[in-house]
Write a protein that binds this ligand. Structure first.
Ligand code: CP
Length: 308
């Protein structure tokens, strides 16, 4: 029997396999440029989008990806489900799983919950973000965005700035970027860093000005207020002083460098309103909307991988 192809993190994917996924994404991105943006690759397959946490980008992007591949996609809405009548989450997932689908996409607020669940169902599970743990499809769309912007990934200097402690995006990206040969610096004050930081194998700075003039990619993280059990930073003023991207810092970046953010952005915290307002007109440098666009093609490649 074939092993089912879960996508829980990108740890189990080697460099060659990641490179193949990037090339596969290119072919799906070409399809998305056509008038008819649909291929029959997953016709007859049924996919469930099971989100227990809020989402705009990931949820819509998976729905579009499935539909572009001709799969049937069912959106589960936690707020209107029998969870509100007292059914547990594990029973809810098992109920959904009993309805003979081919793949389940899950977002959940608890770190590691999706791995536990994946062991107990027969169909492939795709992690759409679990707690502070992993966000593998975000990491791959971020890598793809960088790959499309530079001639080579090897040696590219990337700074990941902000709330490392609470960020699943940071965890998945640090591992993936390092695996692909990029030179990663983490920029955060010690109170926004996890205790096991040494295991990350990156460089470290605690002020954005230490790196901004030298890097190829500035990756700003969202402050994860929903995961912060207490106040981790003294004040917004202090955060802006040491860690935010404002117009002066933006203008001091190297030619051909780019700015990224997984979204949603807290305007005025990690990125100033002024910089956000030029992101539509300055797509060469600010890649936040490009990341979202690339997410559809990347998720098409991942769904195709998991179901083919
Ligand atoms: N980047 C990201 O996961 O965004 P959503 O929470 O909107 O899906």
């Amino acid at each position: 029997m074939n092993k089912k192809k879960d996508i829980l993190s990108l740890d189990e994917f080697g460099v060659e396999q990641i490179s193949e996924l990037l090339v596969q994404t290119d072919s799906f991105a070409e399809i998305l440029k056509r008038d008819v943006k649909k291929v029959p690759a997953l016709r007859g397959k049924t996919i469930i989008n099971l989100f227990f946490e809020y989402s705009t980008r990931t949820k819509v992007s998976f729905e579009l990806a499935a539909k572009r591949l001709s799969a049937d996609l069912i959106n589960f809405n936690a707020s209107s489900s029998s969870l509100n009548k007292g059914e547990s989450e594990i029973d809810t997932i098992q109920t959904i799983n009993s309805m003979k689908n081919d793949l389940i996409i899950i977002r959940h607020g608890d770190s590691g919950y999706i791995n536990y669940f994946a062991k107990n169902v027969a169909v492939p599970i795709v992690n759409a973000g679990d707690g502070k743990h992993e966000h593998p499809t975000q990491a791959l769309l971020d890598l793809y965005t960088i790959y499309k912007n530079f001639e080579s990934l090897t040696g590219l200097k990337i700074a990941i700035v902000g709330d490392i402690l609470n960020s699943r995006v940071a965890r998945s990206n640090i591992k993936l970027f390092g695996k692909m040969g990029m030179d990663v610096t983490v920029v955060a004050p010690s109170m926004l860093m996890p205790e096991n930081f040494a295991g990350f194998n990156t460089k470290f700075a605690n002020n954005i000005d230490e790196v901004i003039g030298d890097i190829d990619v500035l990756y700003m993280l969202r402050m994860q207020f929903e995961r912060q059990e207490r106040k981790y930073y003294p004040s917004l003023k202090e955060y802006n002083r040491f860690l935010s991207l404002n117009l002066a810092r933006f203008n001091s970046m190297k030619k051909n460098s780019i700015v990224m953010h997984p979204g949603p952005v807290n305007r005025g915290i990690e990125i100033s309103g002024e910089v956000m307002d030029i992101k539509i007109s300055n797509t060469d440098k600010i890649k936040i909307n490009t990341q979202v666009s690339n997410g559809v093609a990347v998720r098409m490649a991942l769904l195709y991988y998991a179901l083919s």
